[in-house]
Design a protein around this ligand. Structure first.
Ligand code: NAD
Ligand code: G6P
Ligand code: MN
Length: 443
């Protein structure tokens, strides 16, 4: 417990960094020796570092903050690396979204064509991050990765660097659990869930409140209202109408497939047509983030530079940061906390391939996650997951083998794309738009 950790945030210039640092500082049991920000974009990171410095002044004055674009000094001796890179930045996210939408398909950050394009951009930089950590970090380093698209990143890094000390995670299930707690009028910590699937592609099979099975009660609510309450409906409408729409959409899926409670991301795969109709190609989610969260972050950095006061609480990231820090602490202190994480299946879901990267509950120990056995799953869910796992597997092989044929198979295999000809048209546009980022694909 007395160890002092060197923590590095990779993607230091992220819009989430200041908020995550608040969560790190709130975890009093985590003693930090040095906090480092690492990014490839120095001016962006320097601006965000001003917000981070302010969070430190307000919460842990005296903590050393170092900012670098040099991987050797940043990762030297690091104990924990929190990875949150967005390769290509938000402008490339918008491009992904718009190219897919132009072809009438779901245009989304991590799902469908957009997710595959983002995946092809992110594989090489994530592998490079692993190599930096192997070369410079402490021997028992852990990378806690939540860079998206987490499903593809997890599969690719496992294929290329199977021994890497990396744990891939996503906050969506726990964000949904926070909504469940609101519906059930309890605290998030009161809930324990069973869950299976791939990242952004899973189902809650059981929800317990302090040990009591409340799954059916919750299903009844979600079938009527989605993951919103009367109160949160109003709050969300003001704060973020897009997320309100997403949380509400779970209602349609919960009615169609009442066996389990859906992850919100199913809307892109199961309600693609209505999502396309809802989305404005001139105001995609990426554009909303550029005009909202990103603007607010950099306007605040400018204010701090000019000595003006900023209310830092607007940048706190709540459950997102809380979850990441809980996972880190469990790795650091062998706490064995039960978390949903992305791991190699290895039989946990009995009738899925061993090499699928599944999102399931696991006890997080200092030696890594100990997954909890799920058992067999019904044919409908198995079929959906096998198709997506094949799609993501083909995409990773396309990146590794530089294979156009496999990329086309991956795009064709994705549920959000209606035909092989549309798949080819989108893929060709994506290749052109991503020529500075993707590995070359041989035809
Ligand atoms: P952002 O664009 O504001 O920040 C990302 C930062 O990464 C930028 O400063 C960029 O310069 C940097 N970067 C890009 N390539 C890099 C590389 N090779 N090495 C180091 N840094 C690099 O993005 P954001 O909206 O703050 O999101 C950050 C990341 O977190 C994204 O990948 C996003 O999808 C992810 N995210 C994941 C979850 C989850 O649940 N898994 C939740 C929220 C956000
Ligand atoms: C959730 C998901 C993340 C995703 C994010 C997008 O948190 O789990 O994987 O990156 O939503 O949020 P945004 O506000 O950027 O659209
Ligand atoms: Mn996620």
């Amino acid at each position: 417990m007395d160890k002092n950790f060197k923590i590095v945030i990779c993607g230091g210039g992220s819009t989430y960094t200041a908020g995550i640092v608040k969560n790190l500082l709130d975890a009093r049991r985590l003693k930090i020796r040095e906090l480092w920000l690492y990014d490839i974009d120095a001016p962006r990171q320097d601006a965000v570092a001003r917000l981070v410095a302010q969070v430190i002044r307000e919460n842990a004055p005296g903590l050393p903050l170092k900012v670098s674009t040099d991987p050797q000094e940043a990762f030297a001796g690091a104990d924990f690396i929190m990875a949150q890179m967005r390769v290509g930045g938000l402008p490339m996210r918008v491009q992904d979204e718009q190219i897919a939408l132009k072809h009438g398909c779901v245009g989304q950050e991590t799902c469908g064509a957009g997710g595959m394009a983002y995946g092809m951009r992110t594989i090489a930089p994530m592998v490079q991050l692993v190599d930096y950590c192997e070369a410079y970090a402490a021997a028992d380093y852990w990378i806690v990765n939540y860079s998206n698209p987490a499903a593809i990143v997890a599969k690719a890094v496992y294929a290329l660097r199977p021994r890497a000390r990396i744990l891939n995670i996503c906050d969506m299930p726990v964000e949904i659990e926070a909504r469940m707690a609101e519906i059930l009028d309890c605290e998030l910590q009161d809930l324990e869930v069973d869950y299976f699937g791939l990242n952004h592609y899973g189902w809650f099979t059981k929800v317990r409140r302090r040990g009591e099975d409340v799954t059916e009660q919750l299903k009844a609510h979600v079938r009527q209202y989605g993951y919103v309450t009367q109160k949160s409906y109003q709050d969300l409408l003001v704060q973020d109408p897009d997320w309100r729409h997403t949380f509400e959409n779970a209602k349609t899926i919960a009615n169609l497939f009442p066996d389990y409670l859906p992850n919100t991301y199913w809307q892109y795969y199961l309600l693609g047509d209505s999502v396309v109709q809802y989305t404005d190609i001139h105001n995609t989610r990426g554009q909303q983030v550029i005009n909202g969260r990103e603007k607010r972050v950099f306007a605040a950095a400018e204010k701090l530079k000019n000595g003006e006061a900023v209310d830092m609480s607007q940048f706190y990231v709540g459950v997102h940061g809380l979850f990441i820090v809980e996972v880190m602490c469990s790795l650091a202190f062998d706490e064995r906390s039960r978390q949903l994480v992305i791991v190699r299946n290895n039989g946990a879901v009995e009738n899925l391939p061993d090499d699928a990267m599944v999102e399931i509950p696991a006890y997080i120990t200092s030696r890594g996650p100990e997954p909890i056995r799920v058992g067999p799953i019904p044919r409908f869910y198995k079929g959906l997951i096998e198709q997506q796992d094949a799609c993501e597997g083909l995409l990773v092989e396309a990146a590794i083998e530089h294979s156009y044929a496999k990329a086309l198979q991956a795009f064709t295999m994705n549920r959000t794309i209606p035909s092989a000809t549309v798949a080819k048209a989108i893929l060709d546009d994506m290749i052109e738009a991503n020529k500075d980022y993707w590995p070359p694909l041989q035809r």
